[in-house]
Each structure stands twice: as structure tokens, then as C-alpha cells.
Design a protein around this ligand. Structure first.
Ligand code: CTP
Length: 397
């Protein structure tokens, strides 16, 4: 079950127009259809062909172009849009919309649409703080248009200040949260753990595992999009911090334990996706261990089973979900973990399958509940697995 939505991306004429290309790619990777409308000035910065190639849709610049199929384009796009996103939004387009001027395809489409509109302004800092621009922004905000604050920094003109287009990844994530209309987790506080933990040996070396964190991050993003307040306790990963999620970064088992315990009592649902190190070196060497020839004996001792500790503390009101990464006897091993760790659900995945699990964007899992009901899912994106986990929890409550 992937996420199908339509975004109309308006590009107005600023130097940051090229950054809108990254927004198109990122939205398309999430399965979202993107129709691009450019102003004539935008088309002087970046060619429509580039947007056409990335969006795989024809790009509209001139309102009076011959349409490919007979339809009144500003009306058809205005109706089709689940969200109109303007990146970058110049003082000009903001001013036009705020004052009811519809004299090109972008301003006309915005005017003719009932879809939410999200502007990402980018312009020279003096222009941005100009009271006329600020009044236009305030006016639009007061009637429900939304804005992404520009970032501060050195601008294309050499001036320094507010007016930079924020990171396209951030713009994409904010757009995704607006597109998502199912808010069935609203009011819930959800704690998710993700990624590996390290077990340090000396100042240089540590023991780790293959977990990329993608599964846990996807779960956190789904929970956020469905309206929950999310805390993500993350081991070391290369992933970007998801917008709108409180992230606590940790390294070791004991750091993860402390962060999880600090947030456990306040959480309604806890999903323990992290691949926590079960063993750590018996002693940590403060100085780098030198090679001494032959065999290096490294004694490992068992570390805390965090999920087991949570199962002991869990109240009837809390839902505790574990993961089980297994190479054999998947369902049987997973069921044993439900009982041993006092879980409500376990998400079991077979780590021997190709193209799923560690590092992949896909996973193939079974969701098992404590009363033995099993939902066997096909291979799907990790985001879709996150959706299915919450669907199962919501349905069974
Ligand atoms: N887990 C944990 N703390 C540990 C080990 C695991 O909290 N020290 C959690 C994981 O986050 C996961 C679940 O327990 O949700 C199962 O992890 P898994 O590695 O599959 O199982 P283990 O309990 O470690 O058992 P084994 O490695 O023997 O299969």
C-alpha cells in the first residue's frame, strides 16, 4: 500500500529555482506525482525540459500553450492537486496571490484551487524583511496559506541574512506531512528506537552490526505523519533527522537504555526496532590495544536486554512492539520472544531473504500479536511496513 498523491509544484523566478529540482526528485521517490508550473522568469533560471525530465510530466509555463489534451489546464491542475507547493516563492508571486492577481498559469492555478498551498520563500534578505512582503505573508497566513521559514546564511547576491531556501529535503518532508490526511494517531505519544548500538573495545575500535536504521526511521516518520508525537532514540546511522520528530542520539546499549527509560512512562506505544548489541567487551581499554602477535582474546559479557526491561515495566495502557531478526524458525522464535519479553506484538523478519532487511529500502515481515494472530506481508517499502504495523495496532484496539 504505497502513498499516492498529486503535488502541483510552482516554481517562480529566483536563483533557488534549481533547488526545486531536488524537491521534484524527492517527492517522486515517495511515489508522488508532480506537475510543475513555472513562471516565465523561472524558465530563465532553469529550463522547463529539466523539470519535465525529472517529473516525467509536461511542464506548463505559458497559459496559452496548446494543451496536449483538451482541458482547461489551470482548472484541471487546480482540481487534481492535493497540495500546491511553491518553491522558491518570490516576493512577486506572494504579492500577487495576497492581492488577488491571477495573470499567469501559477497565480491562476493557486487562485482556482481548493488544495492547501505551501510557500517556500527565497529572496534577498532586505526584500524578505520589507514590510510589504511581510504584510503579504501575514495576510496569506491569516487566511490559511502556509509558509516554510527561509533559512539564514550567505545569499546568492553576497548579502548575509534570512532569505535562503531551506534544504530541499526539509521542504519535501514538510510537504509530505501536509499531504498525509490520516491522523488516526493524533494525541498518541510514540517512542521508537532505530539503528545499531556500538560496544566499544578501545578508543579506536568497537563492535557493531549491519543495521542501517531505515526501518525505525520509517516507522517514526509514519507515526509523525499520522499525527503522533514521536521520540526517536537512534543509534549511529547516516540518516537525516526526520522533520518534526524529537531525536535522541545514542551510541551504546546503556545510553539507549537510559534514553528509552527516560521516555518510557510517557509513551502510549513503544516500538523497539533497534538492533541492540547483546554483548560488550568485559573491560574497555582506555588506551589503544597494541598488536602483540598471535591471538587476541576478547572476552564479551552480556549486556542489558532493553526490551525485556520494558516488558517488565509495561502497564496495561501501553503497547509494546518488538522486532525479531531471525535466520531460521522465524515464527516460532518470534513467538517465544513475545512471551519472554511480555510484548503485545512482534514484527518478525527473515534476515536470510535477498533484497530486504539490513540496509535495504524494503522489508518482508510478519506481524504477530500476543494472542497468536499473524499478518504475513509481502515485500514492501519500509515506509509501507510502518503503515501496516500501525494499521494492525489501530484495528485491533
Ligand atoms: N533487544 C533489546 N535489547 C537487546 C537485544 C534486543 O531491546 N539487548 C530488542 C530488539 O530491539 C528487538 C528485540 O529485542 O526489538 C529482539 O531482538 P533480537 O536481536 O531479534 O533478539 P534477542 O532478544 O537479542 O535474541 P537473539 O539475538 O538470541 O535472537
Amino acid at each position: 500500500m504505497e502513498f499516492k498523491r498529486n503535488v502541483v509544484l510552482g516554481v517562480s523566478g529566483g536563483i533557488a529555482a534549481y533547488k526545486a529540482l531536488d524537491v521534484v526528485s524527492a517527492l517522486r521517490k515517495k511515489g508522488i506525482n508532480v506537475d510543475v508550473i513555472m513562471t516565465e522568469h523561472a524558465a530563465k533560471f532553469v529550463t522547463p525540459l529539466t523539470f519535465q525530465s525529472l517529473s516525467a510530466n509536461s511542464v506548463i509555463v505559458d497559459m496559452f500553450d496548446e494543451p496536449k489534451v483538451w482541458e482547461i489546464q489551470h482548472i484541471s491542475l487546480a482540481k487534481k492537486a492535493d497540495l500546491i507547493l511553491v518553491v522558491p516563492a518570490t516576493a512577486n508571486i506572494i504579492g500577487k496571490v495576497a492581492n488577488g492577481i491571477a495573470d499567469d498559469m501559477l497565480s491562476t492555478t493557486i487562485m482556482a484551487s481548493k488544495a492547501p498551498v505551501l510557500f517556500a520563500p527565497a529572496m534577498n534578505t532586505v526584500m524578505y524583511v520589507n514590510p510589504i512582503v511581510q504584510q503579504n505573508i501575514e495576510r496569506l497566513k491569516s487566511i490559511g496559506y502556509e509558509f516554510i521559514e527561509p533559512a539564514s546564511g550567505i545569499l546568492a547576491c553576497g548579502d548575509e541574512g534570512k532569505g535562503k531556501l531551506p534544504d530541499p529535503k526539509l521542504i519535501t518532508e514538510i510537504a509530505l506531512t501536509k499531504l498525509y490526511t490520516n491522523k488516526d494517531l493524533y494525541g498518541k505519544r510514540i517512542l521508537v528506537t532505530a539503528g545499531p548500538t556500538n560496544a566499544p573495545i578501545d578508543p579506536v575500535r568497537f563492535i557493531c552490526n549491519h543495521s542501517s536504521g531505515k526501518m525505525g526511521y520509517s516507522i517514526a516518520e509514519v507515526a509523525r505523519d499520522r499525527g503522533a508525537e514521536v521520540v526517536l532514540v537512534s543509534g549511529p546511522t547516516n540518516l537525516d533527522i526526520p522533520y518534526g520528530v524529537k531525536v535522541i542520539r545514542v551510541n551504546t546499549n546503556s545510553e539507549m537504555l537510559n534514553a528509552v527509560l527516560d521516555n518510557f512512562d510517557n509513551s502510549d506505544i513503544v516500538i523497539k526496532c533497534a538492533a541492540v548489541a547483546d554483548y560488550k567487551p568485559e573491560s574497555y581499554s582506555e588506551i589503544k590495544i597494541k598488536k602483540a602477535g598471535g591471538i587476541l582474546d576478547l572476552r564479551l559479557i552480556q549486556d542489558t536486554d532493553i526490551l525485556f526491561e520494558l516488558g517488565r515495566r509495561k502497564t496495561d495502557k501501553q503497547i509494546l512492539v518488538g522486532f525479531a531478526a531471525e535466520s531460521n524458525d522465524l515464527i516460532e522464535n518470534a513467538k517465544t520472544k513475545i512471551v519472554k519479553k511480555n510484548l503485545d506484538y512482534i514484527v518478525a523478519n527473515d534476515i536470510m531473504l535477498k533484497d530486504t532487511g539490513f540496509g535495504s529500502d524494503y522489508n518482508k515481515v510478519s506481524i504477530i500479536s500476543k494472542d497468536g494472530e499473524i499478518v504475513n506481508l509481502d515485500k514492501m517499502s519500509k515506509r509501507a511496513v510502518g503503515e501496516e504495523i500501525f494499521n494492525t495496532i489501530v484495528k485491533r484496539r
